[in-house]
Design a protein around this ligand. Structure first.
Ligand SMILES: [Mn+2]
Length: 293
């Protein structure tokens, strides 16, 4: 097998097993069905690796529910296949900065340079794929998990982050979506633009808790005065686990109240999935041809 798997043997039997009745009424035979919610880091057009990861997850659970932490497209070779699969499967995901960049290219409001989205932009179903993507959220949450692409502004409570995300989603899904993306890519000083930047691009904050977007290295290598957003976030004290991607140099880490998921697949490392009940980690090395460098 090409995939590697960390601690797959103890697959959260107690929390994931669900008894289901099978067969005719009156048969007292039950089978155990293992249900897993797997939260997956940045795919970035690495469709071959994604297929292998899903095969890997299906061998660990009978029912695989996928949540993708954004940046489904760009940099990798097959964004078109990833988006066709995501639409077909109606996969659960949040939007990342590269997803918004693709939408801005469709809208004609961002410069077209240095991307690998040519096949996708030229595809006959590009408009349908973009339309589906445009209707995906920026933040998802249930009783125990929160998923965003990059992170949360330190000052936001979870409720505020949720409310801002809903406003952005309404704007993106409305008739003014092109104008909004124009403002996003012009870095306009607008509260919703600042919020979308934060949700999709934040890594570090300065001493005043303002996002600092230029640094993308590992937090240990950051200049003095910068700290990772997750060390300052009010929302992380709310008791749920916040899952996020976007930060390849951070990689996968289990942090206090947060789990990072970008294993740098498109840079030749691995695609990461974490099962939400057991916190079991599944990794898939980048398949040949998927890394961009
Ligand atoms: Mn990103």
């Amino acid at each position: 097998m090409l995939w590697s798997c960390i601690a797959a043997s103890n697959f959260a039997a107690e929390t994931l097993h669900r008894s289901l009745g099978h067969g005719d009424v009156g048969m007292d035979r039950f089978e155990e069905l293992v249900v897993g919610r797997f939260i997956v880091g940045d795919v970035q057009g690495c469709y071959r690796t994604l297929e292998r990861l899903i095969r890997h997850l299906r061998s660990a659970a009978d029912e695989v529910e996928l949540w993708l932490a954004g940046d489904l497209v760009n940099r990798g070779p097959d964004s078109l296949a990833v988006l066709r699969w995501a639409l077909e499967e109606e996969v659960t995901c949040v939007l990342g900065n590269h997803d918004l960049y693709f939408l801005a290219l469709v809208a004609g409001v961002a410069p077209s340079k240095g991307h690998t989205l040519g096949d996708l932009l030229a595809a006959h179903d590009c408009a349908d794929l973009a339309d589906w993507l445009r209707h995906q959220p920026l933040l998802l949450q249930d009783e125990s998990e929160v998923m965003v692409h990059a992170g949360l502004h330190p000052e936001w409570t979870l409720e505020q982050a949720h409310a801002l995300s809903r406003r952005i989603e309404q704007t993106l899904q409305g008739s003014g979506w092109r104008d909004f993306l124009t403002a996003v890519f012009a870095r306009s000083a607008d509260p919703l633009v600042e919020a979308v930047n934060c949700l999709t691009r934040i890594r570090m904050v300065d001493a005043n808790d303002h996002p600092e977007y230029a640094f993308s290295g590992a937090p240990e290598d950051a200049p003095d005065g910068l700290r990772p957003w997750y060390e300052r976030s009010r929302a992380l004290k709310a008791g749920r686990t916040v899952y996020f991607g976007h930060w390849a140099a951070l990689g996968h880490r289990r942090l206090p109240h947060a789990i990072s998921l970008d294993g740098g697949c498109v840079w030749g490392r691995e695609l990461v999935a974490v099962e939400a009940s057991s916190l079991e980690v599944f990794t898939e090395p980048a398949a040949p041809g998927d890394p961009c460098a």
